[in-house]
Design a protein around this ligand. Structure first.
Ligand SMILES: *[C@@H]1O[C@H](CO)[C@@H](O)[C@H](O)[C@H]1NC(C)=O
Ligand SMILES: *[C@@H]1O[C@H](CO)[C@@H](O)[C@H](O)[C@H]1NC(C)=O
Length: 136
């Protein structure tokens, strides 16, 4: 808060959105965590096995990656997490979500999420679609 007032006094007219973006960037950096890889869009066909992947780089404790479909937690997701130690107590955490025999109900938008200090951080989202879906 003090910082904002000081910026004002120093006379700079920094647009509000820039300040907010800078602030958001700062707090993400403090968490020491960011997504390196978000799942990618995929068009599959009915009954095929599908895998989606995402990865995060984290400092400190390696976080647990969970998956969301259309914004809702996939409680029973079949996902596999691999943690690779890097230098300076950093971790590369990779999560792979397996969807065996894709059905129409599996289509939608997929995202990875990690909980850091009670704050949920989301990856980019990817759409899983079925070939010929528009025929239904
Ligand atoms: C979580 O919060 C504690 C206390 O505020 C802080 O020391 C720690 O670095 C935070 N962890 C992460 C991963 O940001
Ligand atoms: C994924 O698909 C969505 C909607 O079809 C599209 O808006 C988005 O740009 C695509 N993302 C990539 C990385 O191609």
């Amino acid at each position: 808060m003090l910082w904002f007032r000081e910026m004002g006094r120093s006379g700079g007219h920094v647009p509000c959105c820039l300040l907010i973006c800078w602030w958001a960037g700062m707090s993400a950096a403090q968490e020491g965590l960011h997504f390196l890889e978000s799942p990618s869009n995929l068009t599959s066909s009915l009954g095929k096995d599908v895998k989606l992947r995402c990865s995060v780089q984290a400092h400190g404790e390696p976080p647990e990656i969970s998956w969301l479909r259309d914004g809702a937690a996939l409680e029973l997701a079949d996902s596999n997490q691999v943690q690779v130690p890097e230098e300076e107590e950093a971790w590369l955490v990779i999560s792979e979500l397996s969807i065996p025999s894709v059905q129409l109900m599996d289509t939608g938008s997929y995202q990875c999420a990690v909980l850091v200090n009670g704050t949920e951080i989301l990856s980019g989202e990817a759409y899983l679609e079925l070939e010929g879906e528009s025929c239904f």
